[in-house]
Design a protein around this ligand. Structure first.
Ligand SMILES: Nc1ncnc2c1ncn2[C@@H]1O[C@H](COP(=O)(O)OP(=O)(O)OP(=O)(O)O)[C@@H](O)[C@H]1O
Length: 708
């Protein structure tokens, strides 16, 4: 939390309006002497590039809160609402403020850092660096000073050879030596400061940027997400490369470039025509560097893409190891892996060759330049055109142009080539559409009561064909609806659309009259409980798995519900109880136990709309009964329950049935009618249980039942 009252107030305000502030958003402001006065708001807004805050001229109306308010004595505060005639509730646990005419109220628009559509990956990094201007200043100073020092040492050497040695002038020697040592100490201090600062700030930048990309990847709409998880993970990981380049000291080579020209001028002043040597060698080095950059750019992009695919395949192999092993697919996977490695080598080879060759070419160029300076310089000194001291000074300065600049250039170009490809990959990631957030103006009703209605919806995964079309659907409050249909009929897709996890390409879905696509995401998640068919758990304790995204739920409640649903057996035998560790993806738990964890969590979340995708597919009859009874108990009387299932006995517990076939709703009818038709067709014996007939058979029966 920031020390300045305005910065803390902005953080509290952001929380009150559920906006997101970038991590470290105030890094640059904390350095500025902001003060507690009213003008601080303008300073912050300008620094952050926000819109001008809206000043509420008069006594605020109740519907205008929350607002930022400036109080003469207490500084900046966040007012939540009136709590008395002249008293305001503040966003700080029960605190209040007595209103007076002197109070100034403001509303600020905080742009959502994840929403900005015109951002590029480069800008994310660059803005993070810019916010830390002090590093740039110190880095700039250190660079300037290091270059001036080169000049000082070379002039020092020149004076020694030309003045001190011939005249044995020890006083001059002492003064010059003291001066150079002082300059060296200063240089050491500045460079150490630069290194320490860059290291610290590189970590902060890393924190900020990696959180951004992690959050952004999480916010990508599920229906728009790329299919390859490992590939996407490698794409995000690419930020490491960029960070390394940005914090690497070799980056200062660019800052050194203008000094190269300055040094050539100095050489011309001291050594006259000796300056011709760097005048020729520097452009050659730069041209070589440009050529290298071209070769690298071509190869690095493709190498990066195949490298990411390699990572994707690694993840796939580990994730699907059971299937691969049991299907004897090992050799197939090795074949694919070898092909990818061949591809990576194919694209990386030219890059590696070019960088290896250029490394030796650059070092030869460096030595040639030195030989040229010394050889030509010796001639000039022998013919009396320059002094020996002048020659020595020039060779030191040429070494400075040659050394850091030319020697580091190839490495930096290779690093930058790969970083550029990573930036491209991250730019690709930023193109995916993200969820709507409250900050982007989503609707925030207090509660979502009323029916679920869908009209003329059509949906497709990515650019694929339309997989779901529904003309009309109307589910009333309090209803329990089963969704049935064969494999791939569209049940899961329908539930995910109704949950707002997917957005229909056409048509509208509304809940209680609110268009689902307009609802703020946190409201949708609070009101709509969705349990996926293949729910995965994330690593953590059992308690965390049961309460993820929920407020505090007491252990007693957790245990009571676990007992009611039959989950308690899992952790009551073990010493650690609710602290039992759940492994990545829920490994270590059976499919049924994983489903029960999901059901338990949903019961604690108590949404108004429950959308469950075959939640009991992995449960035995007794656990299924217990779990469904607990779900029924937790559901409010006006709550809606929709459940996709293949199990006929389950359907009897519902009011209506939606029958789906090939992405279409082919029937919506009362359960009694539906079951009667199914039984008429199939005979009560066959339709009596899932195990009694093959899945295709039941599906066909369901379809016929719905149609007749
Ligand atoms: N991520 C995806 N990308 C592309 N197509 C998909 C994706 N998920 C599902 N589909 C397609 O959408 C259609 C409907 O699938 P859905 O998972 O909704 O069916 P379902 O009725 O739930 O099937 P099941 O009973 O097998 O779970 C199928 O044709 C399927 O191939």
């Amino acid at each position: 939390m920031a020390d300045n009252s305005l910065l803390s107030a902005i953080e509290r305000y952001a929380r009150a309006v559920r906006s997101t502030l970038a991590p470290q958003w105030d890094a640059q402001l904390r350095e500025a002497a902001l003060g507690e006065g009213e003008d601080a708001l303008e300073t912050v807004r300008t620094a952050m590039g926000w819109e001008r805050p809206l000043r509420i001229a008069e006594r605020p109306q109740p519907d205008e809160f929350p607002l930022i308010v400036h109080d003469e004595k207490r500084g900046w505060l966040v007012a939540l609402q009136w709590v008395g005639e002249d008293r305001l509730a503040l966003a700080r646990g029960g605190d209040a403020l007595d209103w007076n005419e002197g109070h100034r109220f403001y509303r600020i628009a905080i742009p959502d850092p994840l929403r900005a559509d015109d951002i590029s990956a480069f800008n994310i990094f660059w803005n993070a660096i810019k916010r830390r201007s002090r590093v740039l200043v110190i880095a700039g100073l250190a660079t300037v000073f290091a270059n001036i020092l080169t000049l000082a040492t070379s002039l020092y050497a020149m004076q020694l050879y030309d003045r001190v040695i011939p005249l044995a002038s020890f006083e001059t020697l002492a003064v010059l030596t003291a001066g150079v040592i002082f300059a060296l100490v200063l240089d050491l201090t500045l460079r150490s400061l630069r290194a320490i600062l860059i290291e610290t700030e590189a970590q902060n930048i890393d924190k900020e940027v990696s959180e951004f990309f992690f959050a952004r990847a999480q916010a990508i709409r599920l229906d728009a997400r790329p299919q390859g998880i490992g590939t996407m993970a490698a794409q995000i990981q690419g930020q490491e490369q960029i960070r390394q380049v940005m914090s690497s000291s070799s980056l200062f080579v660019f800052a050194d470039l203008p000094f190269a020209i300055f040094f050539i001028v100095v050489i011309a002043m001291i050594g006259g025509s000796l300056a011709l040597v760097p005048i020729v060698s520097l452009p050659i080095a730069l041209l070589l560097a440009l050529g290298l950059a071209r070769v690298i750019r071509k190869g690095a992009d493709r190498a990066q893409v195949t490298g990411n695919q390699k990572n994707g395949m690694l993840v796939e192999m580990l994730d699907a190891s059971e299937t691969v092993k049991s299907n004897l697919g090992g050799w197939h996977m090795i074949g694919r892996w070898n092909q990818l490695i061949r591809d990576v080598h194919h694209y990386e080879d030219p890059v590696k060759r070019a960088s290896a060759v250029s490394g030796t070419v650059f070092s030869t160029l460096q030595q040639l330049t030195y030989v040229a300076v010394m050889g030509f310089g010796a001639y000039l000194a022998a013919t009396g055109q320059i002094t020996t001291g002048g020659l020595l000074a020039c060779s030191i300065i040429v070494g400075r142009i040659n050394g850091p600049l030319i020697a580091q250039l190839p490495g930096l170009i290779v690093q930058w080539g790969y970083a550029r490809s990573s930036l491209k990959a991250l730019d690709g990631l930023l193109q995916y559409p993200v969820e709507r957030t409250s900050a982007s103006g989503g609707l925030r009703p207090d509660a979502l009561s009323g029916p679920i209605t869908a009209k003329d919806i059509a949906f497709a995964y990515g650019d694929g064909p339309t997989v779901l079309e529904v003309e009309a659907l109307d589910i009333q409050p309090g209803e329990k609806v089963a969704v049935v249909g064969g494999v791939g009929a569209g049940k899961s897709t329908l539930l995910k659309l109704l949950a707002g996890l997917y957005t229909p390409r056409e048509g509208t879905i509304a809940i209680g009259g609110y268009d689902l696509s307009q609802l703020a995401e946190d409201v949708a998640r609070r009101e709509i409980g969705y349990l996926s068919q293949n729910a995965r758990l994330v690593r953590g304790t059992m308690r965390e798995a049961l309460t993820m995204g929920l407020g505090h739920v007491s252990d007693d409640t957790l245990i009571e519900t676990a007992r009611a649903t039959g989950l308690d057996a899992l952790f009551s035998d073990q010493q650690r109880g609710l602290d039992t560790i759940v492994q990545e993806g829920g490994a270590g738990l059976s499919g049924g136990q994983r489903a029960l964890v999901g059901i338990n969590r949903l019961i604690h979340a108590r949404p108004r709309i429950w959308l469950l995708d075959e939640p009991t597919a992995a449960l035995d009859i007794a656990s299924e009964k217990a779990a469904l009874a607990a779900l029924d108990k937790a559901r409010a009387p006006d709550g809606i329950l929709m459940l996709a299932t293949h199990k006929i006995p389950l359907i009897e517990r519902f009011d209506r049935v939606i029958v789906m076939h090939r992405g279409r709703v082919i029937g919506v009818e009362p359960v009694s009618d539906f079951l009667r038709k199914v039984r008429e067709r199939a005979g009560a014996g066959r339709a009596g249980g899932e195990a009694a007939a093959p899945a295709g058979g039941i599906t066909t029966q369901l379809r016929r039942g719905a149609k007749s």
